[in-house]
Each structure stands twice: as C-alpha cells, then as structure tokens.
Design a protein. Structure first.
Length: 430
C-alpha cells in the first residue's frame, strides 16, 4: 500500500520524524505533557469541589433533594427524636406528675413507663411526619444554604458558622433544623418541648474526620482562585503538547492513557473515601443515610470520572487509528478510499476543491469546537463525551467525504496531514 493512498481525518497532523535527536520543540512538548498529566486528576477533583461545594447554586441543587430520600428522613428523625426525648426525660416527668396526683400509690411507678413510652412514640411520629413535609423541606434548604456559606468560611480559615473545622473534624451544627422541629412539637401540643435546650454535643454532627484537614485548608487557600479554570489550563497544555509533538498520533494515545489512568485512580479513591465516610458515621443514626449522602455529594464527580475515562478511550482509539502501525495504516486506507469513492459520486466537485484545500484547518476547528463543548458542558458525563465524540467524528467524516469529491487525484492521492507512512518511532521521540 502506498503512502498517498492511506489518509484519514481522525487526529491532527503528525509530522514525520526527522531523526532520533531531541529538539527544543520535542522537549517543550514533553514538558507540557508531563505538567498536564500531573495536573489532570487535581483539575478534575478541584473543579468538582469548586462547582459542588463553593458554587452555592450547584451545592443547593445537589443536596436539596436529599431530604426527599427516606434514609435521610429516617436518620434525621431518629437523631432529633433521641435528642429531644433524652432532654425531656419523659419517664421521670410522668412519674413525678403521677406521684403528685396520686401520692403514696404504688401503681404510679408501674404505669409511668408505658405512658412515657407512648409519649415518646408520639414525639417520634410528629418529628418524622414533619421532616417528610414540604414545610421542613424549606427548612432543609435554609439549613444547607447557611451550611454552604459556613463551609466556605471554614475553608478560608473561619471557625464560626454551622460548618466548622474543629481539629481533625468537619462538624455540622443542626440548630436550625432542631429549632424548627421544637416549634412544631410546641404547635402540636407538646408545649414542654419549647423549654428544651439541646446540648451542643447533640446539635453537632461530625461529617468527616481526617488528619489532613489542615492541609486541605492550606491547599484551598492556594488553589481557590484557579480551581474553576484548571481543567481549561490542563486541556490547553495537552493540546499544545500534541501540536508541538513530531509524532502527534502517539501523543494523542499517550494523552488518552493518562486520562484512563487518572479515571481508574480516582474511581479507586472514591471507593476508599466512601468506606471511610461510612465508617465515620457507623453507630450513629446517620449511618443508614451515609451512602445516600456520599452518592449525592459525589454525583457530579463520579459522572466526571466516568466521562474522562471514556474520553481517554476515545483518544487512544483515535490516536491509534492515525498512527503508523501496519494494522492502523490498512484500516485508515480502507476508510479513506471508501469515503473518497462516495465523495466522487456526489458531484460536489466545486465544494470538494475548497474543502480539500482547507481540510487541515477545518479538522482543527472541529477538534476545537469539540473541546469547548466538553469543557463547558457543565458535567463531562459519559453521555456528553459520547455524543460530542460522535458529532466530531461525523463532521470529520463529512470533511473527508467532501475532500474526496474534488476528484480522484484530490481524494486519494493527497496527504491529509494525519500520518505519513513511515516506520514507527518510540514515544520518547514524539
């Protein structure tokens, strides 16, 4: 198969290697690639943290629906009920009341416990129903709005607010929810609940414990200004490394491998983090809701990990297809020849001549638009990556087809800038 019969339009043009020596261009490409590779995982987690935790609208949109989940309602109801009942000390109050009404009557001690149990059950039912109501959903949004601001303040070094970093603990103060529930009990006829003062130990929930929280606060102070734009910076570094590389197809493959590796690492890390989070809440009423909290808070990160892994696979396939292996050269030749044959039958020779003469920069426009679509899609989920990749592949196919319409000499005998057919070189020479 000749060189000029095997062209394609999958990845940017790959310049033939001119020797085994390293030039300034190759060194810069490698440095940019290494920097981008090191920052890729940090960029993903940092961007998720910025969008999910720092962005108040996204945070509320994420945690707001949590109160609709039965596990969360049950955990919150049990936690509040236990705190209220413990503070009321219902059995002793009923026993004292019965003793005053019926002094010197032995039966008062026997009936105090069942009466107290019934009242405690009534309190639990009222709390549970209130938490499941639309009225409390508003309180939940209010609590999380204040909590989000408190978390940001805590990361910035503040030690006041509903979310605080106390030593190695991230602590949530649920006073807003407790106050609303107390008022509901009073309105329901349990007026004694209005006199309850919930101790601080019962108002605070330890969300997470880690000796690294101090470092997290320090890292946040350094990276907060760039977290939002870090993915864009990483993408630009990868694009520049590919553009400067002498073996662009191999650099595309290397970029895909880096993304897949980071996807696997982050997937494993989220599993370890979930286990630690679940263990932290074990033995508390919040244990049953731990998975719901974790899955909801990390929803966008998990979708992003899946999306970046798929993107890595797409780049590996695209880079291989534009590479110099014998199988890739044959596959590329069949595809390009087929598209050229179809293009020549369209009768669009006029358009084909223009497309053929401008096909290299037209492909770069497609790749650039695909990159912009991925970066600004909100969440780089698997579906987003799939459809953007499919659209980009479709547009590149149309470009190749129209280029083929220019004529047999233009479609099959012209180098499209993807890969010259030459012996493969090691990736280090890229």
């Amino acid at each position: 198969m000749s060189d000029d019969s095997t062209t394609t339009a999958v990845v940017p043009a790959e310049t033939p290697a001119k020797g085994k020596t390293w030039g300034a261009r190759s060194i810069v490409a490698l440095i940019l690639f290494i920097i981008a590779s090191l920052l890729a995982g940090i960029a993903m987690v940092g961007h998720w943290g910025h969008r999910t935790v720092i962005d108040s609208e996204r945070y509320i949109a994420t945690v707001g629906p949590l109160i609709e989940q039965p596990e969360v309602q049950q955990a919150l109801g049990e936690s509040v009920t236990n705190a209220v009942v413990a503070k009321l000390d219902t059995q002793n109050q009923i026993s004292g009341l019965l003793t005053n009404l019926f002094p010197n009557t032995p039966i008062t001690g026997a009936i105090a416990a069942p009466i107290a149990s019934g009242i405690n059950g009534l309190i639990g039912d009222l709390v549970t129903k209130f938490i499941a109501s639309d009225q409390f959903a508003t309180v939940w949004i209010q609590l999380n709005t204040v909590a989000q601001k408190g978390l940001v303040a805590a990361l910035e070094g503040g030690d006041s607010g509903p979310v605080q970093i106390q030593g190695d603990n991230i602590v949530l103060d649920t006073s807003i929810a407790l106050t609303a529930i107390q008022q509901k009990l009073v309105d329901s006829g349990i007026t004694v609940a209005g006199n309850i003062t919930i101790p601080e130990s019962d108002r605070q929930v330890v969300l997470f414990n880690s000796p690294a929280l101090g470092q997290v606060r320090f890292i946040y102070s350094l990276t907060a200004p760039i977290l939002q734009w870090l993915p864009l910076l990483v993408a630009v570094l990868f694009v520049l490394s590919i553009g400067l590389a002498r073996r662009r197809a191999r650099m595309v493959v290397a970029t895909g491998i880096v993304l897949v590796v980071w996807g696997v690492i982050l997937w494993i890390a989220t599993g370890i983090g979930q286990a630690a989070f679940t263990n932290q809440l074990a033995g508390t009423p919040w244990a049953i809701a731990s998975n719901a909290f974790w899955d909801t808070l990390l929803q966008y990160l998990i979708e992003g990990i899946q999306g970046i892994t798929l993107l890595g696979i797409v780049l590996i396939v695209a880079g291989w297809f534009g590479g110099r292996t014998e199988l890739a050269v044959k596959a590329r030749g069949h595809v390009v020849n087929g598209l050229t044959e179809v293009g020549q039958r369209t009768g669009l020779s006029g358009v084909g001549e223009w497309v053929h003469g401008n096909q290299v920069w037209l492909r770069w426009v497609v790749y650039g638009l695909a990159l912009i679509a991925l970066l600004f899609s909100g969440v780089m989920s698997m579906s987003t990556v799939f459809w953007v990749s499919a659209l980009a592949a479709g547009l590149v196919t149309v470009i190749q087809l129209l280029a083929g319409a220019a004529g047999s000499g233009a479609g099959s005998g012209a180098e499209t800038g993807i890969s010259s057919i030459a012996p493969s070189e090691p990736l280090a020479n890229a």
